[in-house]
Each structure stands twice: as structure tokens, then as C-alpha cells.
Design a protein around this ligand. Structure first.
Ligand code: AR6
Length: 542
């Protein structure tokens, strides 16, 4: 073990980067149109300025397989919303334009404008979080600046949607392998529309409705996430809103010029690896208690600890890994517009999103602390070389359920789908991950790290693991890792050991590593001795 730097164990970062610079690896081939890849801007990219929309001649598809756009000629609204059946209909986009093109003097006027084209929800939605942010949380001068300067710019951005997005946006539905590339400016306009809650058919809470299996996209949920009895969680809602306002400030000050690609990957279960038959060894591992996936995982395949409804609680009270990533890199939220809930063998890969905010703290203590200039270089298709993969772990109410082989295989397959790549190369970027499924979803990190390592091995990648401040977890994983490596335990054998553990399982998963040590021939010295006192462990003295 390397002991020069007490923060990390395993192989060095130089070895992980294989003597490349962090950004020398391509994650994806250049953007190229194909039946499974929709590109909403013109190629080749201009030398400067934002990409031009594609196609040049706008086309509007109002159907099940595409985003129902707020400016579609098919999106209609009753002329007399109080009395839908009497007065006929007009284009909803006209109502939206009229409502938003005004000088807002208060957050309540903004609320009234949003409700004027969402009449059905006037009684259901409240805007308590938005009111609290503007009228209590920030000072009066800031509030005035926001309403008089920022909001009109966000309105302009939202209303440019028909000029910016000229092609239909396909939905990334279940069991499909599809990609969409958009410019960052197009994403900004879509998010400005989400901010003003203009997307039609996306507000029903009925799971049977057309978009019942899609995440929320309109921001009304976030604007209403403010209840006094949830005081501590409300603070993080305020801070998330600050991140989002900051993003809009940045992109309305200077239009972003890059592009992003969203890719849904779906591998049928029958094509997932036979875990009992794998004879590959564990991949190289760098494990550290310091740093975060988004900062120290630069250039690597960064794991988003996702919800099957991507974005999780970002437009609600949620404020853990996924939600924080989504508010510091708000372009990620556009995935919520297009991605149907992920199935067991599906993942979502996003290339090119930019980070705009610095933060500190976590969960209830999360705070926006200021601007962040993202220095990540771009690839030849205009994407920042940031690659994020969303994989949703299982939620375990009962800890022992996670050792059922069905669940073990589900998590192995899920990680494998996220980590595998259509590019076959022996220099795939390593995975930057950590306690996936072990926070809100209550999994066991000692098990989950092994499952992620097994999937990484079969996918042909090394791993950088962040224990998020936990030094004893780092040490226990590093010790187990070297033990397995020293004993030449391959993936199939490790799978068999885990399944034996599950058979003898007594309902208490704290003895999992002990079991693994026991079943392999030679035990590490720390199995017998307390390292701090160098004395034999009492419970082993019998
Ligand atoms: N870098 C490295 N490790 C981190 C980071 C980070 N930036 N942030 C957190 N961790 P959690 P889950 C560690 O609870 O259990 C969301 O609502 C930290 O130890 O976010 O898979 C999603 O939308 C933390 O306890 O992931 C899902 O609904 C652990 O990672 C749900 O949570 C797990 O982070 C997923 O829950």
C-alpha cells in the first residue's frame, strides 16, 4: 500500500490516467447524425458564436414520441379559461407571450403570469419558495435587480424557443438506445421555458397520464417547495434556487457556445454478463477519502447516483449528490424533459455539461457560494470533456434484502450498463464513483464497491473511488481490495463468494468482509490483530 499520501490508497492518479492528461481520452466519437442520433444544430460548427439551429426550415411534430413543445401550433388554450366549452381556443404560445412580456414588480405578478396559461392549476400550485426567496431570503436591492433585469432576460430567452429549436425533440423512451445533441443555448431556452412552466401535458400527477413515467420538468414543484414545518430543508431549496438564478444570470450575460449530447443506453438483460462465468480480475483502484466526483474526477466517467426518474428531487426538496450536481450544472435538467424512467438495465450518459456554481455543505447544509468558471476543454464537437453517467441503485428499506442474488445481479447489471462503452479500446477513461446507492438509498458501501468494481472490470475500466470523508471505509475497502487481488480472486469467484455469504446470511450484514476473508485462504494480519494496539482481537481468541 502507498503510505506517502495518507489521503489515498491503491494505485496513483498518474496510473489511473495512464500517463495521459486527464482530458486526452475521448468519451464519445464526434457528433454525427444517424437514425439513432438527433442533432438539433447545424454541422459543421461555426468558428465562433453559438451553433445555428437545425433544420433550417422549422418542423413541428405534435405526437407521442416527441417533446410537446410550448410553441407548437397544436398547443391550444381556451379563450375563456373559466368556461372551456364556450369561447373557443387560441394558441397557447400567444397567451404565454402576452403573460411574460411585462414588467414584473413583484414575485406575485410573476406567479399570476405563470398561472394565466396554467389556469387548471391555479388552486393547486403555490409559489411559496419563490416568494420567500425574492421577498425574504435575498435583500431588497437584489430582488429588484432580479425582477427588473434578470427575469426579462430569461423571458427573452424563453420566447426565443421557436427560433432556437426548429426540429422535433425525440423522447428517450424505455428500452431504446438513442442520442440527442443540442447546443447549450438551446438547452438554456428549454430551461427558461421550464422555469416559466410552459411545457404542456407535463403537470399531471396521475401516473397513467401521457408523461406519467417522465420526471417533472416545469419548475412549479420547486417554487412551491417551502413549508415552515420543513424549515431545515427549505434552506437548501433557497440555495438550489440561487444556483439556478445564477445559471440564468451567466448564460443571459454571455450566450454559451458549446454543445451537449444526451444518450440513453439500454442493454437487454439477456445480453448482460454472466457474472458467475467471468474470469477477469479486479481492475486498478485508486481510493481516497478526500475530494468529490465532480471536482477530482475531471476527465473520468463520473457517476451520478441517480433516481430512475433522472434528476430525483431536484425540483423538490432533494439535495444530495444527484440534486446538487443538477443545480451546479443546470444543463443536466434538460434530461428531465426527454428521459422516461430508467429500467433495470438502462443508464443515461450526458456529455458536455458545464458547471456554473461553487457550493459548500451537503443536504440541509448545502450552500451556493458563488460563480464557478469551468476550465474543462472541449472536444471537436463543441462539448466540454465532462462525461456523466446516471445509474439508479435500488432503495433498500431492509438492509439484508440487498444480499438477495436477484438484487445483486440487478445492481451489477445496472452498473455494467452505465460503465460499458460502445468504443472498444483498452484505454477507456476510468470511472469516478463513490458510495453509490448508500446514502438516501441505504445500501451497504462495502458491498456496493465490490459490485461496482466487478462491473468496471467487465466494462474494461479502472476506478477512482471517493469515500466522501470516510477514512475507515477507505481503509477497509483498500484492505479487502488488496486481499482479493493477492489471492487472485476473479469476478466469477467473487460472485460465488457473495452468493455463499447470502446463503449463510444471518441477517446481520456487518460480518460481510469477515466472511470474505474467512473464505479466502490467507487472512490479512489485521483480521487477527488490532492495528492500533497490535494485540490479538478478543473475539478471535477462542
Ligand atoms: N462525490 C463523492 N461522493 C459523494 C458526493 C460527491 N459529490 N456526494 C455524496 N457522496 P446519495 P443514493 C456520497 O444519497 O444513496 C437522490 O435523491 C455520500 O457518502 O446522493 O444512491 C437521487 O435522486 C453519500 O451518502 O445517493 C436518488 O433518488 C453517498 O455518496 C437518491 O438520492 C450517496 O449519495 C439516490 O441515493
Amino acid at each position: 500500500l502507498n503510505t506517502d499520501d495518507p489521503q489515498w490508497k491503491g494505485v496513483s492518479m498518474e496510473e489511473i490516467y495512464k500517463d495521459h492528461g486527464p482530458f486526452e481520452w475521448p468519451h464519445l466519437p464526434p457528433i454525427h447524425p444517424s437514425p439513432t442520433h438527433t442533432i438539433l444544430f447545424e454541422l459543421p460548427l461555426p468558428n465562433r458564436g453559438p451553433p445555428k439551429p437545425h433544420p433550417i426550415q422549422a418542423s413541428d411534430k405534435w405526437s407521442q414520441n416527441f417533446v410537446r413543445m410550448p410553441h407548437s401550433v397544436h398547443s391550444l388554450y381556451p379563450i375563456d379559461p373559466e368556461n372551456e366549452n364556450s369561447g373557443g381556443f387560441r394558441r397557447r404560445w400567444e397567451v404565454i407571450q402576452e403573460a411574460l412580456l411585462q414588467n414584473f414588480l413583484s414575485s406575485h405578478q410573476l406567479e399570476a403570469a405563470i398561472l394565466s396559461y396554467n389556469h387548471k392549476y391555479a388552486e393547486k400550485w403555490d409559489f411559496a419558495a419563490l416568494h420567500n426567496l425574492l421577498n425574504e431570503y435575498i435583500d431588497e436591492a437584489e430582488m429588484k435587480l432580479c425582477l427588473s433585469s434578470l427575469i426579462p432576460k430569461v423571458v427573452q430567452l424563453a420566447l426565443q424557443l421557436p427560433a432556437l429549436i426548429t426540429g422535433p425533440i425525440p423522447l428517450l423512451k424505455r428500452q431504446s438506445n438513442k442520442s440527442i445533441s443540442l447546443s447549450q443555448l438551446q438547452v438554456a431556452s428549454l430551461l427558461a421555458n421550464a422555469f416559466f412552466c410552459t411545457f404542456p401535458r407535463r403537470n399531471s400527477t396521475n401516473p397513467q397520464s401521457e408523461f406519467g413515467l417522465f420526471p417533472n420538468i416545469n419548475f412549479n414543484r420547486l417554487f412551491s417547495s417551502f413549508r415552515q414545518e420543513r424549515h431545515t430543508r427549505c434552506q437548501s431549496v433557497m440555495e438550489k434556487l440561487k444556483c439556478i438564478f445564477h445559471y440564468f444570470r451567466r448564460i443571459t450575460t454571455r450566450a454559451p457556445e458549446g454543445t451537449i449530447t444526451i444518450q440513453r443506453r439500454s442493454i437487454p438483460k439477456k445480453n448482460c454478463p454472466r457474472w458467475d462465468k467471468q474470469n477477469l480480475k479486479l481492475p486498478p483502484l485508486h481510493i481516497t477519502s478526500k475530494g468529490t466526483i465532480e471536482s477530482q474526477g475531471a476527465g473520468l466517467l463520473q457517476v451520478n447516483f441517480a433516481n430512475k426518474y433522472v434528476g430525483g428531487g431536484v425540483l423538490n426538496y432533494g439535495c444530495v449528490q444527484e440534486e446538487i450536481r443538477f443545480v451546479i450544472c443546470p444543463e443536466l435538467m434538460v434530461t428531465m424533459l426527454v428521459t422516461e424512467a430508467l429500467d433495470d438495465t438502462e443508464a443515461l450518459i450526458i456529455n458536455g455539461v458545464e458547471r456554473y456554481s461553487q457550493y459548500e455543505g451537503y443536504s440541509n447544509n448545502f450552500k451556493w457560494v458563488g460563480d464557478f468558471i469551468d476550465e474543462t476543454p472541449r472536444d471537436s464537437s463543441g462539448r466540454l470533456k465532462t462525461c456523466i453517467v446516471g445509474i439508479d441503485a435500488l432503495y433498500f428499506k431492509q438492509p439484508n434484502v440487498q444480499f438477495n442474488m436477484g438484487n445483486i445481479i440487478r445492481e451489477l447489471n445496472k452498473a455494467y450498463v452505465g460503465f460499458s462503452s460502445e468504443v472498444t479500446s483498452n484505454t477507456l477513461p476510468a470511472i469516478a464513483t463513490g458510495n453509490w446507492g448508500c446514502g438516501a438509498f441505504r445500501g451497504n458501501p462495502q458491498l456496493k464497491v465490490l459490485l461496482q468494481l466487478m462491473a468496471a472490470s467487465v466494462a474494461g475500466r479502472s476506478m477512482v473511488y471517493f469515500t466522501f470523508g470516510d477514512t475507515s471505509l477507505r481503509d477497509s475497502i483498500a484492505e479487502m481490495y488488496w486481499h482479493l487481488v493477492r489471492h487472485d480472486i476473479d469476478i466469477g469467484r467473487l460472485f460465488a463468494l457473495i452468493s455463499q455469504y447470502q446463503e449463510t446470511f444471518t441477517g446481520n450484514c456487518t460480518d460481510f468482509y469477515r466472511f470474505l476473508y474467512n473464505r479466502s485462504k490467507i487472512k490479512p494480519l489485521t483480521y487477527y490483530f488490532n492495528t492500533d494496539t497490535n494485540s490479538p482481537k478478543k473475539d478471535l481468541m477462542l
